[in-house]
Ligand binder design. Sequence first.
Ligand SMILES: Cc1ncc(COP(=O)(O)O)c(C=O)c1O
Length: 411
Amino acid sequence: MGASPLFYDEPLHLVRGEGVYLYASDGRRYLDCYNNIPAVGHCNAQVVQAIARQASTLNVHSRYVSDNVVEYAERLLGTFGAELDQMIFTCTGSEANDQALRMARMLGRGKGMICTDYTYHGNTEAVSQVSPLFHRARQYFTEVRTIPFPDSYRPLDGLSGDALADAYVAKVQGAIDSFEQAGIGLAGMILCSIFANEGLPTVPPGFLEKATNLIRKAGGLVIADEVQAGFGRTGKMWGHDLMGFAPDIVTLGKPMGNGYPVAALVSRAELLDAFRDKVFYFNTFAGAPVAAAAAGAVLDVIEQQHLLDNARRVGDYIRDGFKRLATRHPLMGDIRGVGLWVGVELVRDRGSKTPATADTAQLVNLLKESGVLISRIGPYDNVLKIRPPLIFSREHADELLDAVDSCIERL
Ligand SMILES: Cc1ncc(COP(=O)(O)O)c(C=O)c1O
């Protein structure tokens, strides 16, 4: 148990899930406002049946031709802009990012990768180097440079507007220059399209477009990590479309199979062909028929239940609800987010923006006691992290808002 990082002061022992609810071993029901993997609902019947049907028909590794794998790949690629027209399957988001780093380092101008200073992209040797969020101590890696993540609430040097975006872009230029001076050269930049692990900051307008153009001009590749942002979380299928930048590589995972381990990397044929010229990429379980069946059923449900639209509408409804609560609770310093991803930054004082870290931890635990599951994130661990399954309704949102309202009173 000691090695498993479990949530909450008193860990939860869950035995069943259904829709947006989770059930504990004592029979207690919890509203799940946290889990983004069961995007189309816990134990969704369509996904479960698709997995069972395929597992009882053909369940082999990925070295044969399977119609459902090819059909899924074509369908998935159809959701991207025309440029992004090829993909490879992986089993996890970490693997997808690992291959993305390999591609950038093989096809970019050098080996240097840029990431933000408070991010997580996965757990392999290479990917953990661009994941400072989970470093126990500040670590330095020769081929990695971190830049401050773009944030309008706690802005760099107190700037705003274009000046703020340009100040963050200058940090990107600084990292590129530093790689050149060290003789390392630039491979590219990896970033989560919505900076989910950074605490979902409001990105200064213009930053992403300018920063990604700069990377490309310097001969690097832009990797959009859509492991959290993808598959409709933002109200658009892909976060980079919402955020207005064009990546060379996109990585996917988490909600792709609604809990079945399937992930992917999407890029341009020209880049993937050049990569394959240099390496033989093979992955036993990735892109096998059962994975494709699960992933295909997820796309079916997203389309049939209009979940992108739902993410936009219910997400806005939750943010509006929090803004109303903020008029009574000064603890709520900033309310932000996109689609069904809501961040609420808690502060001791709105003027000084002193992080209310202890209150945030207590609130998350009180909410659990009252039957609502959320978490917290951000460099000060003071941002309420709310990203429920995409089938979340206004009624569920009201349940969440009422619980937050009464738990804050108890702090
Ligand atoms: C943005 C992001 N990328 C990648 C990963 C790694 O994905 P996985 O745990 O499937 O390897 C995570 C996991 O939390 C993530 O949040």
